[in-house]
Design a protein around this ligand. Structure first.
Ligand code: ZN
Length: 168
C-alpha cells in the first residue's frame, strides 16, 4: 500500500468528468487500497480517484474514520434526494478553504462495489454530504463551484492568487 500524491486546484484533471469502470480488475483494487491509505494519511473523510490523478469513477469514504470500515464505490449516481442542509465543507484538493455548501440532507445512491456488484445505498448526515461531494469530483466539480456565482468567482480568484505565490 502507498500514500498517493494529491492533485490540487487548479489542476485540470479535477475539471474533467472521469471515465466509467466497466470491469473491476486488480488495478482498481490496488487503487482503492492506496486511496484509503491516502485518505487516512491526509485525515480526509472521502477521496475521489481524480484527486490522486486517476480519471476513473471510483471514490472511497469513511465518515467515522474507523479502519476496516471504509466504503469503496464505482460508477456512483444519486437516484433520489430529500431535503436540504447548509454546512461548512472542505476538500483535500482545495487546502485551507472552508465554506458553507448547500447539499441534500438525505440521498439514495446506486453504484458498483469492488466485487462488481450493483448496490443501492441510503445515506444521511455527513455520509450523504460525502457522497455528493465525491460524485461532484467524479463529474469534474469542486465544492467551490457550489457557492453561488459571485462567491464562487471570488473564492477561485483568491485561491489562484495563493497558488501563484512563490514557495520556498
Ligand atoms: Zn474534495
Amino acid at each position: 500500500m502507498a500514500v498517493l500524491k494529491l492533485t490540487t486546484f487548479p489542476d485540470k484533471i479535477l475539471k474533467v468528468k472521469t471515465r466509467e469502470v466497466l470491469r473491476v480488475t486488480e488495478e482498481e483494487r490496488r487503487l482503492a487500497k492506496d486511496m484509503i491509505e491516502t485518505m487516512y494519511a491526509e485525515r480526509g473523510v472521502g477521496l475521489a480517484a481524480n484527486q490522486v490523478g486517476v480519471s476513473k469513477q471510483l471514490f472511497v469514504a469513511s465518515a467515522d474514520q474507523v479502519r476496516g470500515k471504509e466504503m469503496v464505490f464505482l460508477n456512483p449516481r444519486i437516484i433520489r434526494k430529500q431535503g436540504t442542509v447548509k454546512e461548512f465543507e472542505g476538500c483535500l484538493s482545495v487546502p485551507e478553504c472552508y465554506e458553507p455548501v448547500k447539499r441534500s440532507k438525505r440521498v439514495w445512491m446506486r453504484a458498483m462495489t469492488l466485487e462488481g456488484k450493483e448496490v443501492e445505498v441510503k445515506a444521511d448526515g455527513l455520509l450523504a454530504r460525502i457522497f455528493q461531494h465525491e460524485i461532484d469530483h467524479l463529474n469534474g466539480f469542486l465544492f467551490i463551484d457550489r457557492l453561488g456565482l459571485i462567491k464562487s468567482r471570488l473564492t477561485r480568484r483568491a485561491l489562484l492568487k495563493r497558488a501563484a505565490r512563490p514557495r520556498a
